[in-house]
Design a protein around this ligand. Sequence first.
Ligand code: FES
Length: 317
Amino acid sequence: MPKSLVRRILEGKPLRQPLHTMLVHFPIGLFVVSLVMDVASYFGAGDYALFRGSLYTLCAGVAMGLIAAVPGFVDWTDIRRDNPAKGIGQWHMGLNLLVLLVYGISIIARFSMTDPRRVGLPLIFTSLAAIGLLSVSGYLGGMMVYDDGIGVGRHRRRAPAPSRTIALPSTSAEEGWVPIPGAEHMEDGQTLRLDVGGVIIGLARVGTAYYAFQDFCTHRHGPLSEGCFMGDQVMCPWHGSRFDLRTGHVTHGPAKKDINIYEVRNLNGEVSVRIPEAKVPTTARRDSARSGTEEREWKVEPEDITSPTTEQAPRAE
Ligand code: FES
């Protein structure tokens, strides 16, 4: 279902930046400035201007915090339920609301002071505690972005074929079956990346089985051929999305869209991939379309094969 214009604006799509992360700087800055004025007022000679300045800064901070919460909430609703960031986001949101509540109580206390010139130690410690909570919340927000890829932009990534992608010129193929000479020598856990008439495909050998799949992850275009293979599943090396290599289905977020998969056959040691979308020659030639160098019979060579990492254990089941 297409997203509404309001939702797209709240997600920061027109600016190509998440709106929430742009707005949160305002309340954080205002709360820190308020604390500095409180401390100055406490150690000063009882300055009415400092007291009022801190109070108004706090009010502005709470207002900006509430405004920043709206796009943050919209971003949170877009996270899949099975993504660890969903739970982290709840804590992040809960802590932020708690901070706003603490500052709200602090504002009420200040309005009811009989001598509004100097802030007492209890209010200063309250502000310190709130900033401590805000720091924990910011840490959780960072986890969501850096660990789980929430709000990571992909508009600048053009997903070019890496230099070791094996490119095949697009002409014609018999019923879409593309032979991959030499692929029979791949070992368990090794992968290839193919460009078959413009379709970028990862080929992996897992045990005795071969899997062919759309190489770029549907989340943020992470290269799945460099991912971690676990049985019939591949885990994206960037943010941990997992896909079933037999069906292409997402089995774990943050990705939401399935990947394309392709049929592979191994006839008497000749491995072929069926790519219905592309038209490739039965006698494929390697890299000739791109390099302009002399064409030669195409064959997988040892440097074409990569052994993907297996160190990245999944963060959550
Ligand atoms: S690019 Fe983010 S999970 Fe694959």
